[in-house]
Design a protein around this ligand. Structure first.
Ligand code: UDX
Length: 454
């Protein structure tokens, strides 16, 4: 019998490709055929990363690519540029790809799942009358609730029509919801007004996309965000995705992970290592980079630090740093993060609070030290510190720096208080219960499968 054929379209960035690939793997395990469409640029990165990881298999996932409309040398890190380019050309490229698949020997596409940020893909699915159209939301449900609240925020005079913040205040969209400063709204924390406007339009676009689809699934769980799901019941939680396949290998990584750090972790005492990682796009100023380096040295604990080659204009360590540290600290350019967080030697996670990193820490019962930069990361920080109470935030000094003293003190405060670890373990149990047989996310996932097969 032929398998239902799903086409999956992520937004072209690490934090979006990874979770949609996890979801696609879950679907492939349920006997679906999945064609996974990256941009050519991302596809090359994925294939390069996979070349080093020959043990990773994607038997039922067909990795393909389409051009994103940018020239090879053009910067793809700025979200604004990517949004504009993808909107402009990718719908045509996707349409041609689907036509080609449907004319070929493969099963016809019966379902399209696209990142909710890819309205163009959802529009193509509607235009081509694909039977089932699904939006995938890779971040917190609360972030989508914030987007959907834009008309209310305008009505209350907190922002104006182009997203500019008019009132500086703390905002909580409902009881038990995370709390954020209006200046930290997803679109407002870029510090650049033209990027802000493009991002704001984009966020408004995600609200329209929600209306285009038959189902809207989210990488979260009811118990993690009950207030957000109560406010927007159309959002269906099917996560945390990695909790179901936690130690499996994902083919969604854009860089080959340096697995030697797992050996180093094996040599560290249980619950002793500070893991430090800031996702795929966060950039540091040189002064802050050095301050963090010195803080980790001062902490007197083992640490594993992901220092991406592009994390800083000039990632210079303080003089004599590596000699002084010896084997106590290990720096890698990209880690197998899910495996690292599942390692028994990890004590805490200094994180930028991207939603994937948040879910990965939560699913392993790890307490956090939060260092958010932009986008949804401030919402995630509030979940961690205020709602779930499994982490602490850092305070900046008057020059906007998080000092080595502040970092050292917060590490000690977090690790000396066993309640953080106890609450984190409880949260892990809750997350696992959701994705295990009989759990809420598991039931929603199963009924989703029945719906696609029906
Ligand atoms: C971005 C946004 O910053 C984030 O806030 C949003 O929720 C998704 O898009 P990113 O900054 O990359 O993502 O962070 P995050 O969501 O945490 O995703 C990073 C992914 O890369 C995680 O799945 C993590 O496991 C992986 N990773 C990170 C590695 O595999 N190795 C590393 O060394 C670092």
């Amino acid at each position: 019998m032929s398998k239902p054929h799903i086409i999956a379209v992520p937004f072209p960035a690490q934090g979006h490709v990874m979770p949609l690939m996890e979801f696609s793997q879950c679907l492939a395990h349920q006997d679906f055929k999945v064609t996974f469409v990256n941009t050519e640029h991302i596809h090359k990165q994925v294939m390069n990363a996979l070349a080093d990881e020959s043990h990773i298999r994607n038997d039922h996932i067909h990795l393909v690519s389409i051009p994103d409309g940018l020239e090879p040398g053009e910067g793809r890190n700025g979200p604004a540029m990517l949004f504009e380019a993808t909107q402009a050309v990718m719908h045509k490229n996707l349409e041609e790809l689907i036509e080609k698949i449907n004319k070929g020997e493969d099963e016809r596409i019966s379902c399209l799942i696209a990142d909710d940020s890819c309205g163009w893909a959802l529009e193509v699915a509607r235009k081509m009358k694909i039977a089932r159209v699904v939006a995938f939301w890779p971040s917190a449900a609360a972030t989508l609730v914030l987007n959907l609240s834009i008309p209310k925020l305008i009505h209350e005079g907190i922002i104006n029509n182009d997203g500019t913040v008019l009132k500086y205040q703390m905002v909580q969209l409902g009881p038990k919801m995370p709390t954020i400063k209006s200046t930290n709204f997803v679109w407002a924390c870029t510090g650049n007004s033209s990027t802000q406007k493009i991002l704001f339009q984009f966020m408004e676009g995600t609200n329209k996309n929600v209306k285009l689809v038959d189902r809207l699934v989210c990488n979260s769980a009811y118990e993690l965000e009950p207030a957000a799901f109560a406010l927007e019941p159309q959002i269906l939680p099917i996560g945390p995705l990695l909790a179901s396949r936690r130690l499996g290998n994902s083919a969604g990584s854009l860089w080959p992970p340096d697995s030697t750090c797992l050996k180093w972790l094996d040599e560290q005492p249980p619950c002793s290592v500070i893991y430090v990682a800031f996702g795929s796009t966060t950039i540091f100023y040189q002064t802050q980079f050095q301050e963090l380096a010195l803080a980790l040295e001062l902490s007197n604990r083992p640490f594993l630090w992901v220092v991406r080659p592009d994390i800083c204009d000039n990632p210079l360590y303080p003089e004599g740093y590596q000699d002084r540290l010896g084997s106590r600290g290990l720096m890698v350019s990209w880690a197998p993060q899910q495996k690292v967080l599942a390692h028994p030697s990890i004590a805490c996670f200094i994180s930028h609070c991207g939603w994937n990193s948040t879910m990965e820490g939560i699913s392993n019962g790890i307490p956090f030290l939060c260092w958010p930069y932009f986008a949804d990361q401030f919402i995630d920080e509030s979940y961690i510190c205020d709602v779930w109470k499994v982490g602490l935030r850092f305070d900046k000094n008057e020059s906007g720096i998080i000092t080595r003293g502040e970092i050292k003190n917060k590490v000690e405060k977090l690790l000396d208080d066993e309640d953080f670890r106890a609450r984190a373990l409880k949260l892990k149990e809750m997350a696992m219960t959701n994705v295990n047989e009989g759990g809420q996310s598991n039931k929603i996932f199963k009924s989703f499968i029945e719906w696609i097969k029906s």
